[in-house]
Write a protein that binds this ligand. Structure first.
Ligand code: GUN
Length: 290
């Protein structure tokens, strides 16, 4: 079993970006973070993104709004950032309150500033295999881990658990692309898939992105499979000062010994999401300045 150290690989990317940003003459990449409400996970994710941007030399502007903001008001705030030449990237942290339609919001971000890769234009470009698509940061992070660990994907069977717009769907599309990492056969499974084990047991690579703590057990995984665990779930733990600990969608203790590669939680995919956001922001800056 080879543990994929996401912290270490994310740090490599951050160091590469620091060098790239320090060589920029005239201007500086700038990203706007839009957060609505006080969801504790969103507060923590956005704060991590701000700190990482600062380390690299990327300017970040945090815009906070109350849960009561209307959809039209939020669209107007995005228009202002779209039209501001000093801003190269825009990120609207999900989830948004129920009265706001996330797709409408994501599609309003200018495609050239869509560093999250959530809008229909960039998702379409991903399907068309266009090189300059902004790719959603978590799936982009997964692919970067696969690339840097040189894990073979060609001819392999990838099973994606989860069909979200943010992770499941784009992750599957990336493994399907021509080239490396790609050329895989991809199966999407979700909450309505009967006999899930039947699929996962035939997988060479499992992408677990269903948001259910320790859902993937050893009976579901074949010997020598690679497991990418995207889940970040809080479970109660009275031994911890905070009263909880973080676990993935995979029962790590049980499953790890029979895998070829596995990502831990925390310290696997999570830090890669942040690193890839920074990479997308630098790409957005360069796109505007080339
Ligand atoms: N919520 C959970 N993951 C993400 C992400 O990668 N980007 C944004 N904007 N919101 C999220």
């Amino acid at each position: 079993m080879d543990l994929i150290n996401g912290n270490e690989i994310a740090q490599e990317i951050i160091e590469e970006l620091k060098i790239e940003v320090s060589a920029i003459q005239g201007g500086k990449p700038c990203v706007v973070f839009i957060r609505v409400g006080e969801d504790p996970a969103s507060v923590s994710y956005v704060s991590k993104k701000e700190k990482t941007a600062e380390k690299i030399g990327i300017e970040s502007r945090l815009q906070l709004y109350p849960n009561s903001i209307s959809q039209d008001e939020l669209l107007e705030e995005i228009s202002l950032a779209n039209n501001n030449n000093e801003v190269h990237g825009i990120l609207v942290q999900a989830p948004l309150p129920d009265h706001i339609d996330e797709r409408t919001i994501f599609n309003h971000v200018s495609p050239s500033k869509d560093v999250d890769g959530f809008n229909a234009f960039n998702l379409g470009k991903l399907c068309q295999e266009q090189e300059d698509a902004f790719i959603s940061c978590t799936p982009a992070g997964i692919i970067e881990l696969i690339k840097r660990k040189n894990i073979t994907t060609e001819g392999k069977h990838v099973v994606v658990l989860g069909r979200s717009l943010i992770v499941g769907k784009p992750a599957g599309m990336l493994f399907l692309r021509k080239g490396f990492p790609g050329n895989a056969t991809v199966t999407f499974c979700h909450s309505r898939t009967p006999d899930l084990e039947n699929h996962t047991r035939r997988a060479d690579i499992i992408i677990a992105a269903i948001g259910k703590p320790q859902f993937v057990t050893k009976e579901m995984v074949k010997e020598g499979a690679t497991i990418i665990d995207v889940g970040i779930n809080r479970i109660e733990d009275s031994n911890k000062k905070s009263g909880f600990r973080l676990v993935g969608d995979v029962d790590f203790e049980q499953v790890a010994p029979q895998t070829k590669f596995i990502t831990p939680v925390p310290g696997g995919v999570g830090p890669m999401t942040v690193a890839m956001l920074m990479k997308n922001t630098v790409q957005a800056f360069k796109g505007n300045h080339s």
